[in-house]
Design a protein. Sequence first.
Length: 156
Amino acid sequence: MKKTGKYQRKPRNGTETVVGSGTQLASEPPNWPEIRHFSPREFTCKCEGLCDHADRISTALVAKLDVIREQIGLPITIVSGTRCERYNRKVGGKERSAHVPWTGVSHAADIRCADSMFRFAILAAALPLFRRIGIGKDFIHVDDDPDLPQSVIWVY
């Protein structure tokens, strides 16, 4: 089992474990009562109800975002969470985007960044937790997709 800080995960065998939150199948939704700062609606595909990707977000990803929110002490706005393939194409997402639940759950979230100080706070808190980070003009992308290249940071 791979350990990353306070999180543990068995890669792609159908389970994820978040220490302190119990074991959940990857296709199960996060245990929302244990999540303090986010709701399922924030991660739902924005295709206006044309797909069934509500609540298909990685348990570990949401738990990590909750830790970041707690650390920085500021509200976090999720710009994009789960996406269906059609919506991903519409917004110009990568063909193998971590936002699309290829294996049952989405592994990505985009966080709105209004200014450079907030961007710095997000990056400082995200670096110990995420091995995949993208930096856009007004957002930070974080994902924990184990099937994509690790230990990378890119700009849009």
